[in-house]
Ligand binder design. Sequence first.
Ligand SMILES: CC(C)(COP(=O)(O)OP(=O)(O)OC[C@H]1O[C@@H](n2cnc3c(N)ncnc32)[C@H](O)[C@@H]1OP(=O)(O)O)[C@@H](O)C(=O)NCCC(=O)NCCS
Length: 268
Amino acid sequence: MYTVRQAGVDDLPGVRAVARRFGNLGGWPQRPDYLDRELANGRLLAGFAGDDVTGFGATFVRGGLLHLADLFVLPEHQSSGLGRALLSALLPRDAPRVTFASSDPRALALYVRQGMRPVTPLMYLRGPLAALPDPGLRPADASVEEIADLDADASGGRRTADLAWYAGLPGVSAHRVGDGYAMVRETAGGLLVGPAGGRTTRACADAVLAVLARFRSAGTARLCVLGPNPLLPLLLEARFTIADLDQFLSSGGDPVALDRYLPHPDLG
Ligand SMILES: CC(C)(COP(=O)(O)OP(=O)(O)OC[C@H]1O[C@@H](n2cnc3c(N)ncnc32)[C@H](O)[C@@H]1OP(=O)(O)O)[C@@H](O)C(=O)NCCC(=O)NCCS
């Protein structure tokens, strides 16, 4: 009943219509957005009922690690096997893989059956910058080349081309603080932080806090924080709120440094 294939440019409006149904493009008011990047990378699959796009899925690659970034099926087509078909086409057997799963039991069940296990919650935090401590460190503007090693170490694999693409978007900048780094995007809704991380837990926290202090005039910030990261209690004490909650799943081997890596919500 459903067919699954690599999406082409002509399929993108249909894919976008599905993504919009789930509010996925709220953080991307202008093109190019992360769906353009998934398409350009050749890692965007569309699912069809006849000629109509009814679902899609996509991955980003970091070295040998696959990040499952998207899996969405229109509500009227859910629970009919399309999600499972997209997933098995997206994920080659035995490749190390991670994802952020929603609370939909079908997503969790499919991912566990595809070799992943829930590891820790991932919290999407949003809050005011005014009350945060300033570590007194000055972030240096950095090129993608200057942060690529740190990002690979913390995130589980190298993705210099994706970082360079992101760094080229309006409002995006990269910063280094000692052995830590952070990419940020200045948006109308405040500062979006991530990916960010460091060689040590402390280097990660210092880099993120230093960048938040530097961009204090943005008013508010959004960050994705994994359960073991010590920034989590600090941000909640400073009255950040949990805007959304996913589960981080991994196929094993601890590829992502849970206590010293803050992913980007869509790029992983
Ligand atoms: C999650 C989603 C992509 C799955 O796609 P789908 O086409 O609905 O799912 P499928 O029909 O292919 O598979 C669902 C599986 O979950 C199983 N399932 C359903 N409810 C379950 C439950 N409560 N516990 C365990 N397994 C369950 C079904 O048995 C089915 O497996 P089977 O086909 O082997 O029997 C889709 O439902 C969706 O878009 N949900 C909303 C958006 C979302 O949360 N996406 C995930 C982002 S991480």
